[in-house]
Design a protein around this ligand. Structure first.
Ligand code: PDD
Length: 282
């Protein structure tokens, strides 16, 4: 039985009943978060709560649960979350008014759904082999900083990667790298690390921020700036970061090897620092 939180109550996920008029269902009018839980410990909860608050404010949803209340939901679900590693998904929508209308309803309580599931960490052996990445145009909107549940372009990009046997699709816009379907991108050239700046064009990933911090603690400066497609294709190393993929080394991009074709030394140092926080995967 998977336990869920649904707008004020805890119940089995299978018993959650959502109105067909819920604006999440009709308009994708909502935002979400995914947090990792390692051995029952929620990873970087404050950063996720901050980002959820920013997403909610950006689309003017009042979740009718304050920060402490939202944190309590995550903590409750973490208690029974799968071990050794899990994710907790939470989405907040603008609720289910009596009628469908694009305009915000005068009165509708936000709907909050949350539940945990297993996180299958990428193993050491998989990491050592490295992963493939494919590229595609970024066809998304211009508020990618909001963690919106309107994910169709990301779904198509993820499917494109799966069909190509790749871990992710990196999205390109105007000759620049934005991010992947559900992760951020880092490039390394001659020991210098760069990652796209976190403005309206990408989601400011929690593991992106963490990778920057860990690199800097190791004395490796990370430039946050526009990254050209040519830099991606000429990189010595590419890594991607996300809550679910952690810090994954890319050894192929489309039909070409990345750098030496093996995970690189800069990735390895930051990965070791990451694993010292959360424990090594199997
Ligand atoms: N996705 N960029 C996009 C578009 C994302 O959807 C995500 C996360 C990230 C990485 O963010 P973080 O490091 O905070 O997980 C970047 C989650 C995992 C998902 O949709 O399942």
């Amino acid at each position: 039985m998977t336990l869920a939180y649904w707008t004020g109550t805890y119940l089995p996920l299978d018993d959650v009943k959502v109105s067909p008029l819920d604006r999440g269902y009709l308009f994708a009018d909502g935002v979400y978060e995914v947090v990792a839980v390692y051995d029952g410990r929620i990873f970087e909860l404050d950063a996720h709560l901050d980002r959820l608050a920013r997403s909610l404010a950006a689309i003017r949803i009042d979740p009718s649960l304050d920060r402490a209340g939202i944190a309590t939901v995550f903590r409750q679900l973490a208690e029974t979350a799968p071990r050794p590693a899990a994710t907790i998904y939470m989405q907040v929508t603008r609720g289910a008014p009596a009628q469908r209308s694009h305009v915000f309803p005068a009165a509708a309580q936000a709907s909050i759904l949350a539940f945990a599931g297993p996180l299958k960490r990428l193993s050491r052996a998989q990491q050592e082999d490295g992963f493939a990445l494919v590229s595609a145009p970024d066809i998304r909107w211009l508020r990618c900083d909001i963690k919106s549940i309107a994910l169709l372009p990301s779904v198509l990009a993820a499917q494109n990667a799966a069909e190509a046997g790749a871990l992710e699709t990196v999205m390109l816009r105007g000759g620049l790298v934005s991010e992947c379907a559900a992760s951020n991108v880092f490039v390394v050239k001659d020991g210098r690390v760069a990652t796209p700046i976190a403005d309206h064009r990408i989601l400011d990933g929690i593991n992106r921020r963490l990778a920057i911090r860990l690199a800097e603690e190791l004395g490796i400066a990370v430039e946050q700036r526009d990254v050209a497609e040519a830099e991606l294709r000429g990189a010595d190393e590419i890594w991607i970061t996300s809550t679910t993929k952690e810090l994954a080394p890319i050894v192929r991009l489309d039909d070409a090897a990345v750098g030496s074709g093996r995970p690189g030394p800069v990735w390895r140092r930051v990965r070791d620092a990451f694993d010292s926080l959360v424990g090594r995967p199997e």
